[in-house]
Design a protein around this ligand. Structure first.
Ligand code: ADP
Length: 601
């Protein structure tokens, strides 16, 4: 994964700069909910005000008691009731505004992120673990929701309480206020140390969690393979290993949090005890009333809690930074190849396909050259077959015609146009790819057939299925076209899946058809139905088949022997048999006679 490593190195070096940048980006995302945040802040400040009024009122109550003033006591209690009720109402509104803002931001962010990931080139997916992408979408965005909601709202509230409270303290007694302020540097320093540590831990923890998700996804997604190899214990061990790592990191995090809370509480307690002693002396000397000292102590408690809260929030903010960074790095990543919207969009298509002296290596393995100057030309309507031992580069040719990757040198052209100059969406609406071990989605058969043409009518879907020899078996299901095929189509047989995939291609009606013939043989009946459907599908299109059957190469206009990234020989089956010993050997060893029964010869 060379280019990922590069990205990582760049990330470390630019980290500090980026952090600031990505916070800016997060606030940009929050712009649509700005009014919620503004009103939330307003109610938050009102709430902080009511909270600050309470200690002052308590002081007044104490003084009412010491002077035995019943009227003042009842007045104070009524005001206390009103203020507490108002405080509760303000909290409710504030909590709703901030939380709903967070939900909006995270929902929008997830949708954007999903689109951004889908825009990435195929090479990106070769290099990135799916589990990692899933965890960006699910857990990192959730962390960011907290950053927008809980963190902002708590931070503001604690900040307002601390500032307002300290100002009030100075008004009551500046000596006592200074004592209280003495704790600030101690708490701030430990918060910074703690925050750094938490950030490092949470980064490692997220990474371990992504590894665990990857294992889980692979295991559940390939349950048949796992089961048949009795690999449950192995997979369980792999998953447990990653989770144990997250646990160990989490425990360290828990320790750090505990120590931090203890430190802040010791510091604030010291200040509190000092204030009790010194303030008590002032009361005894008659410099301040008992009520003033009571207010002061209640304020001090509130401020201490606010400062402690601010400091531990610093920890969560640091943790959120990691997530923020990763999310926006992904969101802002420029795809190496556009998905659509750039380049020419010719009106129709002839179906001429050429590879001109193509050199290619996969982006994830730049040092291993796969194609060494491969050339190939198919005129519209021709059927060409690629044969050759595995690893020679046949699928790579197909990948390049789909423009999943760009060649390092040379060109891939359709209708004489270099693929790099046309809109990839234009290309892909005219190129169909049918793998005979096809990928279906966990939806209904109808949706699977209409996958490439979401607007297709029921009649069109049925017509396509008929052409693909699929209508009969689909109609035999109790739910017909609404039958859900299960994840990856597990509830269909191999031959049924192939015919659904063929129907999908029929509906798409591509001018250029790329076929990857299945190596595994079906039973004779399915084989016949699939072959017949394919032959119908191929009519009138330019077809490139990765061939494994003798019948296929026999009927192809031209056969190419691909070996070690070049074409060794080309011709018809007969001419190649006569001229190419390599081909003769392939026919003997690899091209199975199976399926030749389907072609009358
Ligand atoms: P064939 O289809 O003839 O069996 P392929 O085109 O699949 O051969 O593979 C040619 C070479 O490219 C092989 O060495 C294979 O390991 C490598 N390769 C195929 N796909 C990828 C990929 N996505 N990333 C890196 N290397 C790949």
């Amino acid at each position: 994964e060379p280019f990922l490593k590069e990205e990582q190195a760049a990330e470390e070096s630019k980290e500090e700069k980026r952090v600031g940048l990505s916070w800016g980006r997060l606030f940009e995302e929050a712009r649509p909910v700005a009014w919620r945040l503004v009103f939330g802040t307003l109610f938050l400040l009102l709430g902080a005000g009511t909270q600050l009024a309470i200690p002052a009122l308590f002081g007044s109550v104490i003084d009412a008691l010491t002077t035995r003033n019943g009227d003042q006591l009842s007045r104070d209690v009524i005001v206390l009731v009103i203020i507490s009720a108002a405080g509760a109402l303000f909290s409710l509104i504030r909590a709703f505004l901030f939380n709903s803002a967070g939900e909006f931001v995270v929902a929008a962010l997830r949708q954007k992120l999903f689109r951004a990931v889908l825009e990435q080139e195929v090479g990106f997916y070769d290099a990135t673990k799916t589990g990692e992408l899933i965890s960006r979408l699910a857990s990192d965005t959730a962390v960011l929701k907290d950053a927008v909601t809980v963190n902002i709202s708590m931070g503001l509230r604690f900040g307002a309480t601390a500032v307002g409270g300290i100002a009030y303290l100075f008004a009551l007694s500046w000596q006592l206020a200074l004592m209280m302020l003495g704790v600030v540097p101690a708490i701030a320093i430990s918060a910074v140390i703690f925050g750094r540590y938490v950030r490092k831990l949470s980064k490692e923890q997220q990474k371990a969690l992504a590894d665990a998700s990857e294992v889980a996804e692979e295991t559940f997604g390939s349950i048949r393979t796992v089961r048949s190899f009795v690999a449950e214990p192995k997979q369980t061990k792999a998953y447990s290993g990653s989770i144990d790592l997250t646990l160990a990191l989490g425990i360290r995090n828990a320790w750090a949090g505990g120590i931090f809370v203890a430190v802040t509480s010791v510091v604030t307690s010291c200040a509190f005890i000092g204030i009790v002693y010194y303030g008590g002396t002032l009361v005894i000397q008659g410099d301040i009333t008992t009520g003033v000292l009571t207010s002061f102590l209640l304020f001090a408690l509130q401020i201490g809690a606010a400062l402690g809260g601010l400091a531990s929030l610093f920890g969560s903010i640091m943790a959120a930074m990691g997530a923020n960074d990763r999310v926006f790095k992904l969101l802002d990543r420029e795809p190496a190849m556009p998905v659509s919207g750039t380049g020419a969009t010719p009106k129709g298509i002839e179906g001429l396909v050429e590879l001109r002296d193509v050199h290619f290596s996969y982006p994830t393995r730049k040092d291993a050259k796969v194609l060494h100057g491969l050339s190939l030309a198919m005129r519209p309507g021709e059927v060409h077959a690629l044969v050759g031992s595995s690893g020679g580069g046949k699928s790579t040719v197909v990948n390049l015609i789909e423009r999943f990757y760009d060649p390092d040198a040379g060109a891939v052209c359709v209708d004489g146009l270099d693929l790099r100059t046309v809109d990839p969406r234009w290309l892909r609406t005219h190129v169909g790819l049918v793998r005979q071990e096809p990928t279906l989605f966990g939806t209904s058969i109808r949706e699977n057939i209409a996958f490439g043409r979401p607007g297709a009518s029921q009649d069109e879907v049925v017509a396509a299925a008929r052409k693909a020899n699929a209508h009969e078996f689909i109609s035999a299901f109790p739910d017909g076209y609404d039958t859900v095929v299960g994840e990856k189509g597990v509830r269909l047989s191999g031959g049924q899946k192939q015919r659904v995939a063929i129907a999908r291609a029929v509906l798409r009606d591509p001018a250029i058809l790329l076929l990857d013939e299945a190596t595994s043989a079906l039973d004779a009946e399915s084989e016949f139905l699939v072959q017949a459907a394919l032959e119908r599908l191929m009519v009138g299109r330019t077809v490139l088949i990765i061939a494994h059957r003798l019948s296929t190469v026999r009927s192809a206009n031209r056969v190419h022997v691909v070996d070690a990234g070049v074409i060794r020989a080309s011709g018809t089956h007969e001419t190649l048999l006569a001229s190419s010993p390599l081909y003769a050997q392939l026919v003997r060893r690899q091209l199975s006679g199976l399926g030749s029964a389907a072609t009358p010869e």
